[in-house]
Design a protein around this ligand. Structure first.
Ligand code: FAD
Length: 529
């Protein structure tokens, strides 16, 4: 069953190896396990629902608890610390477009606010329930999960928007196709959620980010149905897919999405290589991104991340790897590259041959495919470590941005140093590490993980996190990077949006909101104030 207060299924655990706990303790100090709030204690905190009965809306207390937050760090701190005070008054579980329309009509009649809910995996506060005089209805799309149409000739699939990653892929694979979209939240996140947050998966270099895959769909808005037909291409004015993509539940509830799919690949191969330091690694991935090789992924872990990742592993294979690398001159600044190719055997072989040449030109040491195989097998398990580290007393948060190549080093340094320094006054240290996981010919994303110790109280932990988040966001804006490459805006990034959209851009977005949602009932406070 899904954990009510953490990540993922409660039968899955990611035990932190002793060596990794010791490594962390040495870096930022030993931690103390926090107090735990039980589900029964949480149930006792939930106020009575203000909603009148409706056949599609549950006011069950546990449903309301399970839908009152997403997975952002502030959600975790509030929720796990028992500070959460706002719950939806009810949770609707529509099964059809008609149900969605009926819920929106009902919400409008009673002047309720509506929060669309996909898989509940948002990490930037998209789902946080605001304090409100109005009733709040969260609409869980999980039962709208069917494959509606597969056009094999045109490689187009239409799904109901609440379909989760594994169900979507299973339905396509049964017919010999794949979408190839794998955010790390794949097991819980939904197609509708991906589209409205503009998500990116680890094979987006090959298959494309969700905006390259989304070709059309339908969204139920407070003023009617908004339809975007799935044309192969069109010159008919502005592209209205852009109204849906990135809308973050502010404009309506997406009910259907048509996406481009691809025939299942013959081969998927994920080799690894190591570089002697970050500069060589970054130069190599830039060259790979600009060489127009059909790679499906690139993930370059800079030295701090490489060390942290390696600290999770031990055994004779690791000893062998260290010796092999040392023999090739790769020692204390190890920079690990995972890359992949997916497609026909011919295409994969060609891509990997060319990639290896470029890696060699940058003094990289190819180490075969066993590291990549391990990554592939455990790629969706890593987020579970967040549960276990929290129980030990450590908070893990991530943030991401994208920036042209000529600013990438400055942006990374400013963010990392800002985070490392942020808690100096509290005498607290922060462990920070970065990887480049979505690289483009003209720039790269930067994905930063930071780990800090929980405070003695949830309030103190929240203070620490707010200081850290502010330091990182300010560094992003100061260096001219985007406030988000893949997680979206939600609440956490909202104050920084104007820096890149400008006042006129903000007004354009607001005016679309006013047109489709004149009463401001959709997901209030997210994306825009
Ligand atoms: C462990 C973990 C790993 C992650 N890895 C990645 C990653 O690799 N790449 C990435 O891009 N993101 C990642 N994320 C972030 C998150 O998974 C994505 O933002 C994802 O797209 C959210 O999808 P969801 O279905 O869970 O949406 P939710 O979290 O439920 O909702 C997110 C927003 O979308 C709106 N929404 C959802 N469904 C609909 C709908 N049908 N109609 C209208 N609005 C809707 C909600 O109102 C909300 O504003 C990760 C998150 C976690 C916790």
């Amino acid at each position: 069953m899904r954990r009510w207060n953490g990540w993922g299924d409660d039968t899955v655990d990611f035990e932190v190896p002793l060596a990794a706990s010791e490594y962390l303790s040495k870096l930022i100090g030993p931690a103390r396990p926090p107090n735990k709030i039980s589900l029964e204690e949480m149930v006792a905190m939930v106020p009575p629902s203000r909603l009148q009965d409706h056949r599609l809306v549950s006011t069950d207390v546990e449903d309301r608890i399970r839908h009152c937050t997403g997975q952002s760090m502030s959600d975790w701190i509030f929720f796990r610390g028992g500070l959460v005070s706002n719950f939806p008054d009810g949770v609707a579980f529509p099964e059809s477009d008609n149900d969605v329309r009926e819920i929106l009509r009902f919400a409008r009649e009673i002047e309720a606010q509506v929060i669309p809910y996909g898989g509940g995996t948002s990490v930037v506060g998209h789902l946080t329930v605001p304090k409100s005089e109005q009733c709040i209805i969260t609409v869980d799309m999980g039962r709208m999960n069917k494959l509606l149409d597969l056009d094999k000739q045109g490689c187009l699939a239409t799904f109901q928007a609440g379909v989760r990653g594994p169900d979507l892929e299973a339905a396509l694979r049964a017919e010999g196709f794949t979408l190839g979209h794998y955010p790390q939240s794949f097991e819980l996140s939904t197609l509708g959620g991906w589209v409205v947050t503009r998500s990116a998966g680890h094979f987006s270099m090959g298959y494309g980010r969700i905006e390259r895959l989304f070709v059309g769909g339908e969204m139920e808005t407070p003023v009617g149905t908004f339809r975007v037909p799935a044309f192969p291409a069109s010159a008919a004015g502005p592209d209205l897919r852009e109204v849906i993509m990135g809308s973050e539940g502010r404009l309506g509830i997406v009910t259907k999405c048509t996406v481009k799919v691809t025939a299942l690949p013959e081969a998927e191969v994920f080799p690894a290589a190591f570089f002697r330091g970050r500069e060589e690694g970054v130069a190599a991935v830039r060259a790979l991104a600009q060489a127009e090789i059909p790679l499906s992924m690139i993930r370059l872990s800079l030295p701090e991340e490489t060390m942290t990742t390696l600290s999770l592993k031990s055994g004779w294979q690791m000893d062998l790897l260290y010796h092999w690398l040392a023999w090739h001159g790769v020692r204390d600044q190890k920079t690990m590259l995972l890359y992949g190719a997916v497609g026909t055997h011919k295409k994969v072989n060609w891509a990997l041959r060319r990639a290896k040449e470029i890696i060699k030109e940058h003094h990289g040491v190819n180490v075969g495919t066993s590291v990549g195989k391990h990554w592939y097998k455990s790629r969706f398990k890593l987020p579970y470590i967040r549960n276990n580290l929290w129980d030990q007393g450590y908070a893990v948060d991530t943030l991401e941005t994208a920036v042209p190549w000529n600013k990438a080093s400055l942006t990374r340094k400013e963010i990392e140093e800002g985070l490392r320094r942020a808690l100096n006054e509290m005498n607290e240290k922060v462990h920070v590490f970065t990887h480049l996981s979505h690289v483009y010919p003209h720039g790269t994303s930067l994905y930063i993980t930071y780990i800090f110790r929980l405070g003695d109280s949830a309030t103190e932990t929240m203070t620490r996190w707010r200081i850290l988040k502010k330091a990182a966001c300010e560094a992003i804006v100061r260096t001219g990077a985007t406030i988000t490459h893949q997680h979206g805006v939600g609440i956490d990034h909202q104050p920084y949006l104007v820096a890149e959209k400008g006042a006129m851009g903000m007004e354009v977005i607001s005016s679309v909101c006013r047109t489709l949602d004149p009463d401001g009932m959709m997901n209030p406070g997210k994306l825009l104030k």
